[in-house]
Design a protein around this ligand. Structure first.
Ligand code: GLY
Length: 368
């Protein structure tokens, strides 16, 4: 039994079914409440790497090396495309202070052996001609990828279905360890299941499930993100090729282009658990996006959506055994990127083996 049908739970379900396990995926089937569907789909271990998160960076590097192979198998199995893009990420700085911050981050990345190609403003605008004329400079991360998170989840669902994963609509409210089995209470379906193994992959809501150890429940919190979807009007050529991460007056904004003409603009990061879209967030995201790339104003406004990232106290995921359960939660800003590697790790655990060493710092035992 797997609790949670976002990208983490569904990727695990698919891979576990492939190794011959009988899998039931339990999910409330409420797409309005899925961080996986709100995400931008950036796969940027380098661009997301910051000071002091070395273990997370190592894990993200494992995840990005795994992603293309996993994705190719997924597209084949599902018979659907996920919109993987390989142009890389261009991080740009708008003013002198932004440039100084970007330079510090670049020096840190180099110091730990990561590649980062520095570009002046002119070269940035050769790569992305619609960047603001005043763009100071940037750094190109060629290894970064992006995927259309919605197509990716749809493909995972289809591959899981084809592999024989059963689904049950409802929210897991309790998991209780018995002798050789786990009893699972599902509200909505008004059902109680008994399963030899249970995987808790319910994002930040894993913290609401009775029977999940208190240290894990306490470590999880929702971190609100508001994100916009814009579209090119019919016939308008694409204004963006790379994922662009811009720092504008000290604020970060990212723009992720899709092959079908969508541009995703994100994201706020708010210590709140509500899912209401606010005028201020839409304003701030559009202001910063248009400062970095003025041509954004020509696109049509398609959507504002709100998701709750599963945050943890050290920003790292929680993956491993705890109190007879397998936990796969707390992926925070890296859920799409880490999904394939998490599915591998949990499939190992389900088969009684150890996951790769990069997962060791993220075991539930570290919390306390
Ligand atoms: N990974 C991007 C975000 O969480 O906004």
């Amino acid at each position: 039994m797997i609790a949670g049908g976002g990208v983490i739970g569904t990727a695990i379900a698919w891979r576990a079914a492939l190794v011959g396990l009988a899998v039931t995926l339990v999910d409330p089937d409420d797409d309005a409440d899925k961080a996986s569907l709100v995400a931008a789909g950036m796969l940027g271990p380098v661009s997301e790497s910051v000071f002091g998160e070395r273990d997370l960076l190592n894990l993200n590097l494992l995840a990005i090396s795994r992603f293309p192979g996993f994705n190719a198998e997924l597209e084949q199995a599902a018979g659907q495309q996920t919109g993987l893009r390989t142009e890389g990420t261009l991080a740009v700085a708008y003013d002198g202070g932004d440039m100084a911050a970007l330079n510090r981050l670049t020096a840190f990345r180099r110091s730990i052996g990561l590649q980062a190609r520095e570009l002046d403003g002119r070269r940035c605008r050769e790569l992305e001609p619609f960047l603001a004329p005043g763009t100071r400079g940037g750094v190109l991360a060629t290894g970064d990828l992006s995927v259309d998170n919605r197509r990716y989840l749809a493909a995972l669902r289809e591959a899981a279905r084809k592999a024989g994963v059963a689904t049950l609509t409802g929210a897991v409210t309790a998991v209780r360890q018995g002798a050789g089995h786990v009893r699972v209470t599902v509200s909505g379906a008004d059902a109680e299941l008994s399963a030899p193994q249970a995987v808790v992959a319910a994002g930040w809501a894993a913290g609401k499930i009775d029977g999940v150890p208190e240290t894990i429940r306490k470590a999880l919190r929702p971190v609100k993100g508001q994100i916009l979807r814009l579209r090119h009007p019919r016939g308008m050529p694409p204004i963006l090729t790379h994922t662009v991460r811009a720092t504008v007056g000290g604020r970060d904004v990212y723009l992720v282009p899709r092959a079908d003409g969508e541009v995703v603009v994100g994201a706020t990061q708010e210590e709140r658990g509500d899912t209401t879209a606010t005028a201020g967030a839409v304003h701030d995201l559009l202001r910063d996006a248009m400062t970095a790339l003025p041509a954004i104003s020509e696109l049509t406004f398609a959507e504002v959506s709100v998701g709750l990232r599963p945050g943890t106290q050290d920003n790292g995921p929680i993956v491993g055994l705890a109190a007879g359960l397998i936990i796969a939660a707390g992926h925070f800003r890296n859920g799409i990127l880490l999904s394939a590697a998490t599915a591998d790790a949990v499939t190992e655990l389900l088969s009684g083996r150890e996951p790769s060493a990069q997962w060791l710092p993220f075991a539930p035992g570290r919390l306390g």
